[in-house]
Design a protein around this ligand. Sequence first.
Ligand code: FES
Length: 111
Amino acid sequence: MPKKVARLDDLPEGATKRFSFQRDGIRVDAFVANYRGEIVAYENLCRHQPLSLDYGDGQFFNSDASLFVCQTHGAMYHPKTGLCVEGPCAGASLHSLKIEILDGEIQLIDF
Ligand code: FES
């Protein structure tokens, strides 16, 4: 069963939104982002240490919205691939989530 996570209209370019879902009864924190017109979604879990990328404030992008930045030690991830391109976990990747857009709603699928 898909889970609605955001309305496309509410996620303009450079915007992000936190959400959570249940997997095998365990809460998973995640976020969805509009990176240059492309909608991407990842688990909100840094690959350096098991911490969220943001401080709970929904801040994921760097200042020019070209990379996601972990607020704790500054790991930088490419928004399109989730690959850590700089920082203590360079070479590791965020866990991506599958989404689809239906009737203007961004939905999480296969989670
Ligand atoms: S916890 Fe994210 S860079 Fe260290």
